[in-house]
Design a protein around this ligand. Sequence first.
Ligand SMILES: C[S@@+](CC[C@H](N)C(=O)[O-])C[C@H]1O[C@@H](n2cnc3c(N)ncnc32)[C@H](O)[C@@H]1O
Ligand code: SF4
Length: 403
Amino acid sequence: MPSVLPAGDPVPVDGSLPAAALAGLGERPFGFYVHVPFCRVRCGYCDFNTYTADELGPGASRATYAASAVAEVRQARRVLGEVDAPVDTVFVGGGTPTLLSPGDLGAVLGAVRSEFGLSPDAEVTTEANPDSVTPDDLARLREEGFTRISFGMQSAVPHVLAVLDRTHDPARVPDVVRWAREAGFEQVSLDLIYGTPGESQDDWRRTLDEALACGPDHVSAYSLIVEDGTALARRVRRGELSMPDEDDLADKYDLADDRLTAAGLGWYEVSNWARDDAARCRHNLGYWTDGDWWGVGPGAHSHVGGVRWWNVKHPAAYADRLASGASPAHAREVLDPESRRVERVLLELRLRDGLDPRVLDAAGLGAVPRLVDSGLLEPGTERLVLTRRGRLLADAVVRDLLP
Ligand SMILES: C[S@@+](CC[C@H](N)C(=O)[O-])C[C@H]1O[C@@H](n2cnc3c(N)ncnc32)[C@H](O)[C@@H]1O
Ligand code: SF4
């Protein structure tokens, strides 16, 4: 969740939604995202809406955050009405969720459970930094109902972690994965980043091998994005660091796909690999397949039935709104059918399950045989599925399908 919010239309003070958006709620996948906007230190590459203790300022605190988030969950129940919509997935992300106590995270999850009910097989994920959890924390998170944990490993190589300003000791990652297993987590995921300045192909190979040696069920591997306004962007602009070229990134993607596939993790989204279908992140699949989700927390985005809204950005403004009973939503947009179509193409094309060609117009359909011939789309599939080369050039494929 990048920290710069778009403009949009105003939201009623009670956050109410148009009736058309509520139609069909509970028939589509429904999830909660809970944003925890705190970090011990800010990584130089990160543009997320997160605050260190020094940056937070008056009017907001980690200690009172769970109470505000619980108030927003209760507000969600009022806005969505009494419709039967048990929650299929909850994803607590950040920031660093594990800077809150397991009890605080459990209180927010408890509010989701009591207001909406959780599906019997609900997927309940929290992100965690390897240096912010102990075996006891993990056991308590499991007791609170978390079923899945995603650790921000990023790299196994100390000089790469140093450029990223990551503070954890890479030797701790196998330990936290083992502790999570011992605590009974059903799914353990590792987040990796490739393309950090100074990272060699051997460094990336070592990261992949060390990640795989931990036996994760799921791996996300994103290439490092230089976000405007970050310390990384300033260092790149000053010439202190240089970003790798496209060929280097393509080689690293190929290496990741080779290594992960050989270890039994198949791709199911361009940047995500899972041991089997059950290990895919159902919460993220909801984002990618036009599901409904309510985003709790400062700057969090929500989407219900074609209405997208986003909350005020600062934790103090967020706490203020909720304390006064007002909606924390800052602005919203009602997506028209063409915008929803474009989003479907952008997101579904990135999935191994592929894009339904009926979403395309005549010009887009006309481009398909050419994309198959040039090796960017798989031949002979009902839905449109990217080849590995197509995954590397997904943006160009989208441009052809949405001329
Ligand atoms: C925002 S973090 C939250 C979880 C946790 N604080 C962490 O860092 O692992 C979620 C993921 O986004 C990644 N991320 C943040 N900024 C990024 C960037 N500029 N390029 C690529 N990945 C990024 C993080 O490295 C992390 O794996
Ligand atoms: S720990 Fe995660 S959320 Fe916090 S600054 Fe670093 S990358 Fe961003």
